[in-house]
Ligand binder design. Structure first.
Ligand SMILES: C[S@@+](CC[C@H](N)C(=O)[O-])C[C@H]1O[C@@H](n2cnc3c(N)ncnc32)[C@H](O)[C@@H]1O
Length: 592
């Protein structure tokens, strides 16, 4: 495979300085990570970019054209520091535009066969876009998405698509699957150096129409990151941010276990710390609001970025404070926020993994956003629990089991059939999890906007705790953590600020106690949620728009719909936030 870009080492400063301002469309930067040390857990430590790396970033921002792309390749532990420096570089006098974080591409590429515990297989590529400095004249990002489509994959057992499209099958593009921000189709390999693999660079070139003339591949000479000091809990305590609690804390006189506590999590955690200064939780897991302007009744989900990060730091610090030595802290969030969480937490705790939850989402945006970061940190002072036994070892029933091979789909009927036929190939569990779907059917969810699947919580709890251990969740929602913990024989402590969600959880727990099945296993009976049936569904609207697009050979306009079926516009207004959201679904009709 021929390398599409010229390569240059970062310490060749004369060469770099000679490159004209804004003269390259695409830059690919290799960070100088240590391939041997990248999977070892490190003690809490303060990391920062070296002075040479900071200079290099300023130079890259200078030579990249406005509207151009910059890719940065490295390890999940170190890339966040590159990302934060790139974002901060907006104020550099050398740059005309502003570097904007767009995606964290998770590469699932490392060979994961010979490891004792959870093996890192994930390396990252940051994707930054150079936005114009002139707000009135924004740059338009270009990506050649069609060149980078891959054929749809079909299940080796049932022959249906590996991805279960559920009720969204009409959004499947006949030319192949849209590229997502988790790349799992590349061959695995043993990573021995810190150079971006050729097949990855080829795909980046396809995606950006890169040529030898308009691109540059820069290799960081030496290490890109340095440790400035060891993490010091005594000092760090003073840096615990004090963000005012949004409601009064529940202030229990004793800590009640197996309990849903109403109120603000930070106030609650501060009180727990007073009651049990040596640490209480074996696992603290958080699935916070993602600041996506969702309509929570007791939480503002549209904070300014800096305020959101400060708020997150307040509960992250309090969770870390209340962990037992050896305890695990896991936090689920969008990659954009995970960057900040890694930088904040690695001073206090040991970084273990940036687990990628490939949540199999629907096509939206240029690159399909499927990647949720699940960060795993542990508290020093005792050996952390990691209940995974690799395929070659004798498997323990109470451990997390190796997942089914990715060549199979996740449909329940297919799983059942293939287990009966012993068509049941397994692969090693790594830090890329693709085998857990988000909840796909309304019948499986409660009245909560972002409920997690129980299978995800069960895996996290099983992996990081033992029976009888205490699991904490500050953002209880509809109670997924509490239910999974109770089923697995762990104690739970949950806070939830919205009393309606706390009530849903209590009712489910109560119902569960009364419905232990004949083997003593808990089951939660589902109350079917009453939903108003509509005359026209979203699927019918989108199929209609796609057929119209195929007939007209272009995306239809509102006038086209008004003259054909005016009632559809009324339905669109009722079901979509705006008309554009429905009309953009029509494009698939042009692909067939
Ligand atoms: C993303 S949802 C969690 C969903 C949950 N994992 C589930 O599976 O149902 C976040 C939850 O945090 C709650 N919340 C927001 N701010 C809070 C706070 N300060 N303290 C406690 N709960 C809070 C919201 O009401 C919401 O239910």
């Amino acid at each position: 495979m021929k390398h599409p870009f010229d390569s240059i080492y970062s310490n060749d400063e004369r060469h770099l300085d000679a490159i004209a301002d804004e003269s390259r469309d695409v830059l690919v930067l290799n960070t100088g990570f240590d391939p041997a040390g990248k999977s070892a857990p490190h003690p809490p430590r303060q990391l920062q970019l070296t002075a040479a790396s900071t200079r290099l970033i300023a130079k890259c921002s200078r030579i990249l054209r406005t509207g151009g792309w910059m890719f940065v390749y490295g390890t999940p532990e170190e890339l966040p520091f590159w990302a934060l420096q790139l974002s901060a570089d907006a104020s550099s006098p050398l740059t005309t535009g502003r570097m904007v974080f767009k995606y964290w591409i998770a590469l699932d590429i490392e060979d994961a066969s010979a490891n004792k515990t959870l093996k890192p297989s994930h390396l990252g590529v940051l994707m930054f876009f150079k936005e114009s400095g002139d707000k009135k004249n924004p740059a338009t990002p270009h990506l050649n998405i069609d060149a980078a489509r891959s054929p749809h994959a079909y299940c080796a057992a049932c022959g249906k698509t590996v991805k279960d499209w559920g009720g969204k099958k009409h959004l499947m593009n006949p030319h192949g699957a849209a590229l997502s921000d988790v790349w799992r189709d590349l061959p695995r390999r043993v990573i021995r150096d810190n150079l971006i693999p050729e097949d990855v660079i080829q795909r980046l070139a396809l995606l950006t129409d890169a040529t030898r003339e308009n691109c540059l591949h820069i290799i960081q000479s030496g290490r890109g990151i340095e440790v400035t000091s060891a993490g010091n809990p005594a000092i760090l305590k003073h840096s615990t941010p004090t963000v005012a609690a949004s409601t009064d804390a529940s202030s229990p006189a004793t800590l009640e276990l197996d309990h849903i506590h109403d109120g603000d999590c930070v106030s609650f955690l501060n009180r727990v710390k007073e009651l049990h200064p040596r640490g209480t939780f074996d696992l603290a897991f958080a699935d916070p609001p993602y600041n996506l302007e969702k309509k929570y009744s007791a939480h503002d989900d549209a904070m300014a970025d800096a305020h959101y990060i400060e708020w997150c730091n307040s509960w992250l610090a309090a969770m870390a404070d209340n962990l037992k030595p050896g305890g695990s802290l896991l936090v689920l969030n969008l990659p954009k926020w995970c960057l900040h969480h890694v930088a904040f937490l690695s001073k206090r705790l040991e970084f273990r993994h940036w687990i990628v939850w490939d949540a199999l989402s629907d096509p939206r945006g240029k690159i399909m956003p499927a990647h949720y970061g699940l960060l795993w940190f542990t508290k020093p002072g005792a050996k952390p629990v990691c209940n995974y036994s690799p395929m070659g070892n004798r498997s323990r029933k109470d451990f997390v089991q190796p997942p089914d091979a990715p060549k199979y789909c996740l449909r329940a009927s297919c799983i059942k059939n293939r287990k009966q036929l012993s068509n049941d190939e397994k692969v090693e569990l790594t830090d890329v999890w693709w085998d857990v779907h988000r909840i796909r059917h309304k019948r499986d969810r409660d009245a909560h906007p972002c409920q997690l699947p129980e299978k995800l919580m069960a895996r996290i709890i099983k992996l990081t705790t033992r029976p009888g251990d205490v699991v904490f969740d500050p953002f209880g929602g509809a109670g997924t953590t509490a239910i999974a913990a109770a089923k697995l024989g762990r104690k739970f402590v949950v806070t939830e600020i919205d009393s309606r969600y706390a009530k849903i959880t209590r009712e489910k727990l109560e119902a569960m106690k009364q419905h232990a099945d004949m083997f003593g296993e808990f089951v939660v009976p589902r109350k079917s949620i009453e939903r108003k049936r509509r005359d026209v569904t979203k699927r019918q609207i989108e199929s209609y728009l796609q057929e119209l697009a195929a007939k007209l050979k272009r995306v239809p306009t509102e006038d086209d719909v008004t003259s054909e079926r005016p009632e559809m516009l009324r339905e669109i207004d009722l079901l979509y936030p705006n008309r554009g959201a429905a009309f953009k679904r029509a494009k698939i009709g042009l692909a067939s």
